[in-house]
Structures are given as structure tokens and as C-alpha cells.
Design a protein around this ligand. Sequence first.
Ligand code: UCC
Ligand code: FAD
Length: 592
Amino acid sequence: TVAARHTQYSHAKTGGFSQDGPQLHNPYRDDPILDKALRRLLPQKSYEKVAQDLNRFGDRITQEIDNLGRRADLEPPKLEQQNAWGKRVDHLQVCPEWYRLKEICAEEGVISIGYDENSDAFERRIHQVAKLFLFSPASGLVSCPMAMTDGAVKTLTSLKLYGKNRLATEAIDRLRERDPKKAWTSGQWMTEKKGGSDVAGGCDTYATHIEGDTYKLHGYKWFSSAVDADVALTLARVVDTDGNSVEGTRGLSLFLLKLRDDEGNLNGIQMVRLKNKLGTKQLPTGELLLDGVIAERIGEPGRGVAGISNMLNITRIHNAVASIGYMRRIISLARDYSTKRVVFGQVQAKWPLHTSTIAKMEVETRGCMLLLLESARLLGLSEANKSTPTELSLLRLITPIVKLYAGKQAVPLVSEGIECFGGQGYMEDTGLPGILRDAQVTPIWEGTTNVLSLDVLRVFSGKDNVLLDFAKRIEELLGKQAKSQKLQESSKKIREALKELQVLLVKASDSALNSSARIDNVARSIAFAIARIYSGALLVEHAADESVANDADVEVAYRWCCEQPLIDLRWEWFSTERVAADRSIVFDSFVG
Ligand code: UCC
Ligand code: FAD
């Protein structure tokens, strides 16, 4: 009654009601697809071991890790450049929780699992990716240095430096070390002021020879994340004895350096400032002046971009982990909240329009998740030397695809998820807005959506017939005729979309020869079509496996394949006239 309310407010100024917030559940047990997918992908014994580890780790996330990650969100790093007496100190202050999270990564083996020689390489990469996926949204962005650390191990081992180069050997051991006291992390410094996508066009860092493979580096690195790292991989142009260097990609060589000496002094590095970022505020991203950094040249001179691509291909998979981790986190919280928040007389979960909103997000996330696990499977197979040539070319294809697609989907999906909490989703102390800010970086770093779409074209222009390999894999996934009518219809849609893509690409490459068509301006639509066709086929394969799948899996596959376009590409978009038309739209009324 009115009188009762009046009494209530006169005593408690904020009113008597408070809303229960969303609860974070064990992310492994809460995930509707991860466990089932692992059951399908891994041999029984290995599955049991992995599931046990992920179950336990999921509990550790809810009980300990998530809170540390949240503390790291709230205490961004600081840089003290000079001490009180004007001495340059470049003292980086990162909160204790950040360091604790790094220790936990070593203890939990988030990197070492990927290289554990006691288990099959194919299985260990799947295990690692699943574990990183659980960790990522709780990690306070420690997932970022972990990505680069994994990439550094991969690069150094691919260059076969173990046992041959002292620093590289120590780095390989310590970057995948389980003892937190010995474990190192790595940075990756590629971006300079002039260019982050066009690395060769932007690189103005020079290396003068000292002796053997040792050089001194001078340059300015414009974005360097996790500057509390122990080592970093970077690119520079070697200066010859006449003071000349080679321009372009072929002039870039790859270097490995330690950030500090044994006394903790910086190795010819000045931390100029920390970046003032939209999100990822937990992560110390700095501008670094390299002023005589002692570094080891690794790999052949002039093969720097090709060498660091090993790192990029690993960090891009980690980036997809992060994107999908954010998607899963927001859905999980929104789902829980929907059982608690009463709107118009009943909980959100009972309003069909609300569950339909979350169902749409769920379909997207499951498609991305299976694409991610496929990338882990292919990576693992290649490292176990078990890949067929088709699987090798699919790994090269899927890496930019999963990064660009998941990164691009994460931002609107997380935004939708935030809306599920109404005004509370916009409140900083819920921790929810930070998820959106952090998700926004995933389409940008490690190669933007456009740059990775162009990388997909680079893959197609290689010597292998990647399109045929792709078609072969899709057929393999669709397999035998599924029993369910919905899955049969889904398979039909996938085959139609694949055919359409093949026809357009063949026609485009023929027309490109006589300059009547361009492929680069539709690279993004091509990449998206590949992602959607590939994920659709993976969803069908998953849903057709009656040993794990249920009706919801079938429905998800059907909605992915039959309720949204798998391919959004028209022949007229390839025409060279389209380029001029785009310009006329963009620069209409532009005075410059
Ligand atoms: O953003 C960064 C770190 C953020 C923090 C870490 C986040 C981790 C995940 C988060 C988890 C929370 S680091 C900066 C990232 N920067 C980029 O990704 C650069 C984007 N730009 C590109 O990817 C470009 O496509 C370039 C720089 C790779 C292309 O440059 P060029 O100069 O045009 O190079 P070319 O001539 O096309 O390629 C040179 C060689 C070729 O081999 P060869 O010479 O044998 O023909 C290419 O085939 O490199 C080869 N190559 C590759 N190989 C190029 N890309 C690749 C690749 N991805 N895989 C294999
Ligand atoms: P640009 O290259 O100037 O790109 C601007 C726009 O142009 C983009 O939309 C891009 O898609 C588009 N574009 C570029 N080329 C083409 C083309 N040919 N066709 C069509 N479109 C094109 N870098 C590191 O090396 N190490 C790090 O640790 C690191 N950490 C980072 C941390 C954060 C928080 C951020 C935001 C960035 C970080 N980066 C790091 C840099 C990041 O990798 C680059 O910002 C990114 O690769 C893009 O480069 P750029 O900023 O120079 O943008």
C-alpha cells in the first residue's frame, strides 16, 4: 500500500529492494558446448584427463582467479619515469594481482601444456586452447602476455634455435616454465608510428652489428604491450658497414632481446609513456625508445616478417580465444541474471523476446567456438607432424579467419549482452562495461579485420589449391546424410553457399587477369563467407554426432545455416567501377 511504502522510504533512504547480481558459474561446467566438443575431439583417456583439469581450473577461476582479474582491472599500471631527484628510473608499477596472475599461469601450465612432450601434440593444443578460453575473461588481461609468450616459444622453436643460441635456448625453457620463480614472459614489438598494418612501410628501427649475431638497436616502438616482459621479439633493418640498409619487407630482420640485465637495469630502453587506452587498462602498453638495445639476430637476415609470422599465427588464435571468451562470459552472466531479474511481473527468462535475444547470441558463440577448436586441432596436428597437406593449408587459412571473424562478432555481441542488464550493464562497478571496452581491441590488434582479410587472399594466392582443400574439408564435415531433416537442410545450404563462393572466386581470378575485376575490395566478404560456411559445417558435424548432441545442437546448426546468409557476396561487387563508386560515396562533399 501507499502508506507502507512511505514508511519504508522514511527509514531506508534507498528503499528496501536490492537486486541479486549475476553469478559467475564454473565456466567449464556452465558452457553448453565445450565439454561435448572435447568428448568428440579427444581420445577417451585424454578427454578424461583434460576434463578433470578443466573442471578443477573452472572452480579455481570462480573462487580465486576472477577476483584477481577484477582487482587488476581496478588498479591500472603506472609509470614513474624519474625519481624525486630527477634521475631517470622508468619504474613500471603493476599491481600485485597482475604478478599473481602471471604466477598462476605458470603453475597451471597455460603455456607449457601446449608444449608438453609427454602428451600428444594434437591433444595438448586442444587442451591448452580450452584452458585459455576459460581463463581469458577472468585473467585481467594477463592473457595478452601469455599469447605473446606462446608465440615467442613457437617462433624460437620453429627457427630451430634450441641448443644453438644461448639466449634463445634459455628463453624457450623459461617461457614455457611451470615454476613461477623461473618463468618468463615475452613482448612483441612490431608497430611503429608510421605503420602497424604495413609493418615494413613503418619500420624505422636500425640494427648495427657488434659481433656474431649480436647487434645494437635504435628505434621507436609505438605500441608495446605488457612491458613488464622479460624478453621481446622485434624487427629492425640491419645497417651495413657503409651505413646503408634495405628498404621494404626484405630489409627486415628478426631480433630477440632481454628487457633488463641481471641487476634489473633496462637494456638501452626508455619507457617514454604508457598509452591512454579505451580499454585493456590493466595491461601496461608503452611507447619505447630503443636507444642502443643489445639484441640477438635470429633467423635469416631479411626474413624478419616471415619469421615473426609464426608468432602472429599463434597470437591470432589467442586473440580468437579472447574474443570468444568475452562472448561466452557475457552470455553466461546474462543467462544467470535472466533467472533473477523480475520485469513486468516475471523473470526475464520467462519473456520469449528476452530468451530469443540471448539465443541469437548463443548461436553465434557456438559457431565461433567450434571454429576455434578446429584451429586448435589443426595446429596440434601440424605440431605432431600428423597433418596431411590439406590440413596444413587449412591451418594457414583458418588462423586469420578465426581471428577476424570472432573479433568482429565479439563487439556487437558483448554490447547486446550488456543491454541484457539494462542500466546496470552500463555501471562501472558491475565490471560489465570493461568487457565491452576490452572486446573492442580484439578486431584491431594482431592485424585489423581488413588486413587479415587481405591475408586470406595471400593464402589463396599461394601455390596450393586452398579452395579445393577447403571444399574437401567441408564435405568431410558434412559427412554422411544426417538423419535429421533440419541437418539435411543445413547441409544443403552449406553446399550451395560453398558452390557460390567457388564460382565467384574462379570467375574473379580469371577476370583479374584482364583487369576487369578486383578481389581486394571484397576480401572481407570473402573471409566472412569462409568463416560462416566453415562454422556452419562444424555445427552440423557436431549436431549430427548422436553420442553427444541434443535437440538444441540441431536447432543451433539449423539457425546458423538456414536463418542467416552464409555468403553475402555479389559479382558486381568485384567490378573495378565499384571502387570509383565507393570513393564517390565516401568523399561526397569532402573538402579536404
Ligand atoms: O598487436 C600486437 C600485439 C597485441 C598484444 C597481444 C595480443 C595477443 C592476443 C590477445 C589475447 C588477449 S603485435 C602487432 C601485430 N601486427 C600485425 O598483426 C601486423 C598486421 N600486418 C600484417 O599481418 C601484414 O599482412 C604483414 C606485416 C605480415 C605483411 O607485410 P608485407 O610486408 O606485405 O609482407 P609480405 O611480403 O606479404 O610477406 C612476407 C613473408 C611472405 O613469405 P615469403 O617471403 O616466403 O613469400 C609471406 O608469405 O611473410 C609471409 N607471411 C606469412 N606467413 C606474411 N604473413 C604470414 C602469416 N600470417 N603466416 C605465414
Ligand atoms: P593502420 O595500419 O594505420 O590502419 C588503420 C586502418 O586502415 C585500419 O582500419 C586498417 O584495417 C586499414 N587498413 C590498413 N591497410 C589497409 C589496406 N591495405 N586495405 C584496407 N584497409 C587497410 N603492436 C605491437 O607491435 N605490439 C604490441 O604489443 C601492441 N599492443 C597493442 C595494444 C593495443 C591496446 C593496441 C590498440 C594496439 C597494439 N599494437 C601493438 C598495435 C596494433 O597491432 C596496431 O595498432 C594494428 O596492427 C593496426 O595498425 P595501425 O594502428 O598502424 O593502423
